[in-house]
Design a protein around this ligand. Structure first.
Ligand SMILES: Cc1cc2nc3c(=O)[nH]c(=O)nc-3n(C[C@H](O)[C@H](O)[C@H](O)COP(=O)(O)OP(=O)(O)OC[C@H]3O[C@@H](n4cnc5c(N)ncnc54)[C@H](O)[C@@H]3O)c2cc1C
Ligand SMILES: NC(=O)c1ccc[n+]([C@@H]2O[C@H](COP(=O)([O-])OP(=O)(O)OC[C@H]3O[C@@H](n4cnc5c(N)ncnc54)[C@H](O)[C@@H]3O)[C@@H](O)[C@H]2O)c1
Ligand code: SF4
Ligand code: FES
Length: 811
């Protein structure tokens, strides 16, 4: 900073000009570190090739996998740049650096002078230099544009090939499966994640991923990408071929050094830097994946953050020992698979290993020892110990000391209790247990969200969330129990009950209004809170509330179930599982005309037409002329019935008639989760009422009503709610139970969980109370009065047809 005297003789301060090239995770983190040390020292200008503020690249895998949305992965909002007086040029590439005159030039003709320059240009995906690599449909997986291209391709194409069975390739493959594509993963080596896993762990991983639907072609070298303009397949060295209309190259990355080379900086694999992240030109720094330190380049975020700290201290003139290199650990971000790897994982003459392979539990642990110290680890199936092992590896803990900690560990105690304060909890952000404990104590933090916002822990891949929560619990003790509550999602600190109370008290009538008035932390909410708010608003004000289709999950928005191959399934309503010649004929005609892939009887006694194209849905519905069976909805689905007294010699009641009445009454009712019912006419229970949300069993002159059953992955036997005499009473008690469930369950809570949570005795007390029952019935009737048949509504609305179904044809 230099002091100047202006015309009036007043001393003004001219700030040093700091220019950052690359608006990615490493560059912006370095700026954040600088701002922590010196708030007002630099005039900061940032140039970023991508047209977005800094976002969490790690989370692109989760976006592709459908677990989060693009807008939820922004790390620094536009406002952050403004608040910190940072001039940002998004969508602008720096094409030249003149190191003599200290000026950079952009592709849009802009020039900027600098005193200090930081290069954080990241990496480029390595694209195999083989014939056909430039065809349409071949992409890397590096940025938002790649992610969007894959999502768009999945709308039109079916066969994906991912070249590279490393971390990136497998995360991409999982995402493409979720998008309904068939996925082949092609790997050159003998096993998956060659750099991170040994043979045993890789085989366990492969088995798990095959069970999820991935197909693997190992030891395959791709020689050519075939097709005309667009890719059509791959040819391998051994002569084999595979069909592909989308190809993802995930065979590693190359540091983006072109600009540095043109500038005449020393470049190897990456831009060569000192311990202070200075390039061969001392006022030009490099940080992140583009930098090479001590012969190493990195492709993970943890090292980039350590580098950012060293850079910031140096540029701000603080004393610092500099960056000394990083030991890295990785975790695969594919749900249902827990894999961890750190340090040295391959065995050699110089290493010994402790291996625990539990074939029954499908878990594997390998700890590699070199020179008597922990040097590496691989975990499969249970990765809880990962962070602690990583800490031992970084410290080079002696194997005896490690074995002692293992023997003394209290299995019932969380691992965080035995961690020392300097052990790193959040690898992505370099946050130690001590940092988190201090922040909790000094700033009075009580929630995961607060810890995340204050310390950055759990802000990136999110895999350390469990540990951060354990530290909160350990630090706060009983207070943690009292102060934490289940919020709807991380966009708010309010619980379901609080939000519903506010909706009622303030007369809120729209999801946006709820978010604004109740101080949502995100402008648009997220995929968790939007459908929940839409449900709660409709439940509180059934008559006034206009359902927000855009807040619903895709199946509910389209009123059909999307299938693995991108087509849809259509299940027309068949009250009580009863059909007739006319309906069967219509179904057969439609199936023939629209070349339905499969006609299948469902477990709920209906007919499912599978393989219908999205644009054909309205015509199919029109020609069927039957109501929607709501097979996709968080709503009353189906009432399964046994043949009952009409035909069965054991039947004591008209179960079919009762089932039809129930299904007609509750048709299309929105509920927190799906609701299935079953009605049988004797205790043989052929309609399986004991595993339904509502099960009715007829006895001589009596109907038994059961609630809270579940036949899915979390099996639960239904509890008896009441015994009644008449069909009217069955309707009345069922109605009261369902309305109580609608009003008091969290969105996406099945009735089995709800009954377990509140207790069947409590449910009985409410439903058997005549006054309460009558009130619940009144509110249920109000909710039922607004029902509109959705398929008919779609057919008759030009707007719905155009927005949801025809738009696809036009593409
Ligand atoms: C899908 C995916 C998942 C990942 N998952 C993980 C994970 O779970 N854990 C983990 O640790 N790491 C993960 N990584 C790696 C991690 O995201 C990177 O290590 C990190 O983003 C690198 O940061 P960077 O700033 O060096 O580079 P980048 O994030 O690539 O940022 C560089 C930026 O500079 C811009 N740029 C380049 N040249 C110019 C120029 N001349 N002018 C202007 N702008 C320019 C680029 O467009 C880019 O926006 C993942 C990466 C991907 C792609
Ligand atoms: N969860 C995570 O930590 C995570 C997730 C995604 C990406 N990343 C990072 O992103 C970067 C890129 O990831 P990546 O998986 O592309 O790199 P990688 O180097 O980890 O894996 C590349 C894989 O491709 C294989 N391969 C190489 N040439 C091939 C060929 N011709 N045909 C078939 N296979 C071939 C390799 O054997 C290896 O298994 C890495 O730095 C990685 O650490 C990390
Ligand atoms: S539940 Fe009883 S009445 Fe119904 S079909 Fe089975 S045996 Fe017959
Ligand atoms: S370990 Fe990735 S966010 Fe903490």
């Amino acid at each position: 900073m230099s002091h100047l005297i202006n015309d009036l003789g007043v001393t003004t301060v001219e700030k040093k000009k700091l220019v950052l090239i690359g608006n990615g995770m490493a560059g912006i983190r370095a700026i954040e570190e600088i701002l922590k040390l010196l708030q007002d020292y630099f005039d900061i200008t940032v140039f970023g090739k991508e047209p977005y503020p800094n976002y969490n690249r790690i989370q692109l895998s989760k976006v592709l996998q459908g677990d989060t949305e693009l807008k939820d992965i922004i790390l620094n909002e536009w406002q952050w740049y403004e608040d910190n007086n940072i001039l940002l040029y998004p969508g602008e590439t720096v094409v030249k650096i003149d190191k003599q005159s200290k000026i950079i030039y952009t592709d849009k003709g802009k020039e900027a002078k600098y005193d200090c320059l930081i290069m954080a240009t990241g990496s480029n995906p390595f694209i195999l230099p083989i014939p056909g690599a430039d065809k349409a449909g071949v992409t890397g997986f590096r940025d938002i544009a790649d992610c969007e291209e894959m999502i768009k391709s999945a709308d039109h194409y079916k066969h994906a090939a991912v070249i590279g069975g490393g971390l990136l390739g497998l995360e991409a493959a999982r995402g493409l499966l979720n998008l309904g594509m068939e996925v082949n993963v092609i790997e050159l080596a003998e096993h998956l994640m060659e750099c991170q896993l040994d043979q045993t762990a890789a085989q366990l991983l492969q088995k798990e991923l095959e069970a999820q639907g991935m197909n693997f072609l190992l030891k395959k070298q791709t020689m050519e990408i075939t097709g005309d303009d667009r890719v059509a397949g791959l040819k391998f060295k051994d002569g084999d071929t595979v069909k592909a209309d989308l190809v993802i190259m995930a065979v590693g990355i190359r540091p983006n050094v072109k600009l540095a080379e043109q500038t005449g900086l020393e470049v190897n694999r990456g831009i060569v830097v000192t311990d202070y992240m200075q390039t061969s030109e001392p006022n030009i720094y490099a940080v992140g994946e583009c930098a090479e330190h001590n012969g190493m380049t990195y492709g993970l975020v943890a090292p980039l953050y350590e580098q950012g700290q060293a850079l910031a201290k140096h540029i701000c003139g603080m004393n610092h020992q500099g960056y000394k290199g990083s030991v890295v650990s990785t975790q695969l971000k594919v749900s249902g698979v827990d894999v961890f790897s750190a340090g040295i994982i391959q065995e050699s003459a110089a290493t010994k290993a402790i291996k625990l392979f539990d074939e029954w539990q499908n878990t594997y642990k390998k700890v590699v020892i070199k020179d008597g110290k922990l040097a590496g680890a691989v975990l499969f199936g249970n990765t809880k110990e990962g962070t602690q092992l990583f800490s031992h590896i970084k410290k080079g803990t002696c194997v005896h000391e490690y074995m002692e900690t293992q023997q003394n560990a209290d299995q019932s105690e969380s691992i965080v209790a035995s961690m020392s304060d300097d052990e790193i909890v959040c690898g992505c952000n370099g946050i130690s247990k001590g940092d988190i404990v201090t922040a909790i104590k000094e700033k009075g933090l009580t929630t995961l969200e607060e810890v995340k916002n204050t310390t950055n822990a759990s802000r990136s891949c999110g895999q350390c969330k469990g540990m951060v929560q354990d530290i909160l619990e350990l630090t706060l003790g009983d207070e943690y129990q009292e102060e934490t509550k289940e919020t709807i999602c991380s966009c708010t600190d309010l619980s379901r009950e609080e939000v519903i109370a506010e909706i009622r008290a303030k007369g809120l009538s729209h999801t946006r209004e709820v978010m604004n008035v109740l101080g949502w932390k995100t402008e648009e909410g997220c995929s968790k809170c939007r459908p929940a708010l839409n449900y709660y608003l409709g439940m509180v004000n059934p008559k006034e509330y206009e359902d927000e289709r855009e807040s619903r999950f895709v199946n509910e928005r389209l009123h059909a179930n999307i299938q693995k191959d991108g087509t849809y399934s259509v299940v027309p309503r068949m009250y009580g599982g009863v059909t007739n010649v006319t309906d069967l004929r219509k179904i057969a005609d439609v199936a023939e005309k629209y070349e339905v892939g499969m006609i299948k009887l469902t477990g709920g006694q209906r007919i499912d037409l599978l393989g219908i194209k999205k644009e054909d849905l309205p015509e199919v519905w029109k020609e069927l002329g039957m109501p929607s069976g709501y097979a996709y909805g968080k709503s009353v689905r189906t009432v399964k019935t046994c043949v009952g007294s009409q035909f069965c010699r054991f039947g004591t009641q008209d179960s079919t008639g009762m089932g039809i009445q129930l299904e007609k009454k509750f048709e299309g009712l929105n509920t927190p989760h799906k609701v299935k019912m079953g009605v049988s006419a004797c205790p043989r229970n052929c309609a399986e009422g004991s595993i339904k949300d509502v099960g009715i069993v007829g006895l001589d002159g009596v109907w038994e009503i059961y609630v809270g059953g579940n036949g899915g992955s979390e099996l639960r036997e239904a509890d008896i709610l009441a015994r009644v005499k008449t069909e009217e009473e069955v309707l009345e008690y069922t109605s009261a139970f369902l309305q109580y469930y609608r009003e008091n369950a969290s969105y996406l809570e099945r009735s089995s969980k709800f009954v377990e949570r509140v207790g069947i005795e409590h449910v009985r007390e409410v439903v058997l109370d005549e006054a309460l029952r009558s009130e619940l019935n009144r509110r249920m009737d109000e909710a039922l009065s607004v029902y509109k048949e959705p398929w008919n509504e779609a057919i008759e609305s030009e707007t719905i047809l155009k927005d949801l179904y025809q738009k696809v044809i036009a593409k």
